[in-house]
Design a protein around this ligand. Structure first.
Ligand code: C5J
Length: 223
């Protein structure tokens, strides 16, 4: 452990020990962030998520300099679709379904170009990448074991989308006893009103499942 750090957050100050804190970067994949992928196939305007990239790159730089654990996740399925429940495959009215061939490879399939993380936020040597079949990072993955192995107690959560994979992961982590800080400008939604309300939901009721702060407050605390 090292000296705990504190930053101004909602609903009140967030205190964390950098030695037991991981930065979690959720699903910053071409499939959600760029045209021709899963997100767009569901009818979304992917440009809505682009504003997260620059602040998240700055957070990654600060966290790498400070030596925190970094964990990236990617939503995706095995090439034979054996981990894809029909309920997920058949949901909605997508132009391209999971497993179909799109301009960036098979939609949301592990190992495909479109399923990988965008160049701007590519993982570096020593960072952990967790492939997950669901919206939450714990379900059917080694995420929980990795956190336990490393003695992680606090998660600083970023990525997309705020009300889906970020919320699911933060809710799951909160129930497992992790303290979660969500960086408001480093999470993104295709729906501006969901972005606002999803962040309010986290910090409401005395921080019912976490804290919320802008990335600058977190970077300042690390400096
Ligand atoms: C979605 C995600 N929105 N990463 N996935 O389907 O939030």
């Amino acid at each position: 452990t090292s000296a705990p750090l504190t930053l101004l957050a909602r609903p009140y100050d967030f205190t964390f020990d950098p030695a037991t804190t991981a930065l979690v970067v959720i699903d910053m994949q071409r499939d959600f962030m760029e045209p021709g992928g899963f997100g767009e196939s569901l009818g979304n305007d992917v440009s809505q998520l682009r504003s997260t990239i620059e602040p998240l790159a700055a957070v990654l730089a600060a966290v790498r300099a400070a030596g925190l654990t970094v964990i990236h996740t990617r939503e995706g399925h095995l090439p034979d679709l054996s981990d894809l429940p029909p309920a997920k495959l058949n949901r909605g009215d997508a132009a391209l379904k999971i497993g179909d061939v799109g301009p960036k490879g098979r939609i949301l399939i592990r190992g495909e170009y479109g399923q990988d993380i965008i160049d701007e936020l590519a993982p570096v040597e020593g960072e952990i990448v967790i492939d997950k079949p669901g919206k939450g990072a714990f379900y059917a993955t080694s995420f929980g074991d990795v956190l336990a192995e490393k003695g992680i107690k606090s998660l600083v959560v970023t990525g997309v989308t705020t009300e889906v994979c970020v919320h699911t992961t933060v809710r799951e982590a909160n129930d497992r006893g992790y303290e979660c800080l969500v960086l408001s400008d480093c999470v993104g939604s295709y729906f501006p009103e969901f972005q606002r309300v999803a962040l309010e939901m986290i910090a409401a009721q005395g921080g019912i499942f976490g804290w919320v702060a802008p990335s600058a407050a977190f970077i300042d605390a690390l400096a």
